[in-house]
Design a protein around this ligand. Structure first.
Ligand SMILES: [Zn+2]
Length: 474
């Protein structure tokens, strides 16, 4: 005679690697009533804040005991440690969307090159090899959006469209066991409800009806979408009005270059920008990503959005960059990296910051310790150290957060509201205060019964009927 399963023994243990924003990696260990178990991770990102850098050389779990990995999107703070995971013995499948798989290859190769440079500069040893990068790509399986796949006999996974980045997904994980109620998880990854290149549909109705644990990012929880200031168009127009032969330099993340090209094209079309001003794109990785688009290799992009290039676009490399530094004709230069701390953007800062007919317009977050922050904190007419070279800051420097690809507080709550039965919300990927804000708002405005603030200092046990227990580590 078959005995009924002991449903008390069906639960999942949850931990996180990340104290704050970067280094995203959530572990879920599912324990079944028959005493078997399955462990998986969601994302495996590098730490980018200086104070957490040492966390890049270890894991808070044994990689050999992880059965599979799920990846929400291809930013390095979500995938950067995958090659190290492999070098430490992980050999299971890595599931992500087809588009994320395509972006992962150039992203991980570039990250490997930077890691090699840093290791050489600091006389440290590498944590992983080029072969580990290849192994990651071999283990990665690209899944189409909205198709449910069975990853093992008890676990089904579905990737839904997310506006944060090409290929980005909100992941639904449904864990079942015969005779027991299921345990369901939603992982938002970094989330945005819109993208200039494609529509982001709501999740299907059946998802909103599931009893579910929701892991939600909270990076920009400290502000509402109405507080975003749209200044790029006005700054650009005013600059070229005042400096008809000036240079606009846009330090830009490699995966935001396409959006900036689209923005410039739209400004040209609307008559806000002279279409005769040439647009130069500088940054190998950014050009590689842009070509993925132009070759129509990304399935998430809406067909009518592939045509996004402005007039007079040229690609630039190190050899022909010199002409850009000395040009006295009007020009727009889009160069990686977004913080100006690395790559061509740093070279343009070194050579052009002293010119008073140049505008450097940053388009992203300026974290502590970056070139962007140093420029923000330095008044005009003072000397600034750029890559070790002292340079007079005569150029204008502007910032905007209007291109941010993260949902703001109201949009995060808007994501949670349609869920009818949230067993618990776990705010993650944000500073402590931001996670708390989302937790409190979720309790007040959504169906969330409980809130667990996810960090590297706490673990949670959840079951089919709700949160079972939590344990803080001090
Ligand atoms: Zn991201």
């Amino acid at each position: 005679m078959l005995s009924r399963p002991n449903t008390q023994n069906f639960y999942a243990e949850i931990t996180s690697a990340s104290p704050e924003v970067s280094g995203s990696c959530i572990t879920v260990s599912v324990h079944y009533p028959d005493n078997t178990s399955t462990s998986f991770i969601v994302d495996c990102g590098s730490f980018q804040e200086r104070q957490y850098e040492k966390l890049n050389s270890s894991f808070h779990f044994d990689p050999k005991k992880v059965d599979f990995a799920l990846i929400t999107h291809a930013h390095i703070d979500h995938i950067g440690k995958l090659p190290f995971l492999v070098s430490e013995g992980f050999s299971g499948p890595i599931y992500c969307t087809e588009d994320t798989k395509k972006i992962m290859q150039p992203a991980l190769n570039d990250s490997y090159r930077i890691a090699c440079d840093n290791a050489k500069q600091n006389s440290t040893s590498m944590l992983y090899t080029k072969e580990d990068v290849s192994t990651v790509l071999d283990l990665t399986r690209g899944i189409i959006f909205s198709k449910t796949i069975q990853v093992d006999k008890n676990i089904r996974v579905t990737f839904f469209k997310n506006g944060h980045l090409f290929g980005a997904a909100v992941i639904l994980v449904e864990v079942s066991f015969p005779g027991c109620k299921p345990i369901n998880f939603i992982f938002s990854g970094d989330y945005n409800n819109k993208n200039p290149f494609y529509e982001v549909p709501a999740l299907p109705d059946y998802v909103y009806s599931l009893p579910v644990y929701v892991f939600i990012e909270s990076t920009y929880a400290y502000m509402n979408s109405s507080e975003v200031k749209y200044v790029f168009e006005e700054n650009t127009q005013r600059f070229f009005y005042d400096h008809p032969s000036g240079s606009l330099v846009i330090p830009c993340f490699s995966l935001r270059i396409q959006e900036m090209l689209l923005k410039i094209r739209n400004m040209q079309k609307a008559g806000l920008l002279d279409s005769n001003i040439p647009v130069y794109v500088d940054g190998k990785l950014g050009i590689n990503y842009t070509n993925l688009f132009l070759d129509k290799k990304l399935s998430c992009v809406d067909e009518d959005k592939y045509d996004f290039l402005p007039r007079r676009v040229h690609y630039v490399n190190r050899k022909i960059r010199l002409n850009r530094y000395i040009s006295t004709n009007p020009q727009i230069i889009i160069a990686s990296s977004g913080t100006g701390s690395y790559g061509p953007a740093q070279a343009y800062l070194q050579k052009m910051l002293s010119r008073d007919d140049v505008l450097f317009h940053f388009t992203g977050y300026a974290p502590e310790g970056t070139m962007a922050r140093r420029l923000k904190d330095s008044p005009t007419d003072t000397f600034v150290k750029v890559g070790g070279i002292l340079t007079k800051k005569n150029a204008q420097v502007e910032f905007t957060n209007e291109f941010s690809a993260h949902a703001k507080r109201d949009e995060i709550i808007g994501f949670l509201k349609p869920f009818k039965n949230i067993q618990a919300v776990f705010p993650t990927h944000g500073q402590e205060n931001s996670k708390n804000i989302i937790g409190e708002e979720a309790l007040l405005q959504t169906s969330a019964q409980e809130v667990g603030i996810l960090s590297d200092k706490v673990s949670f046990r959840v079951g089919p009927d709700g949160l079972i227990s939590s344990r803080e580590r001090f």
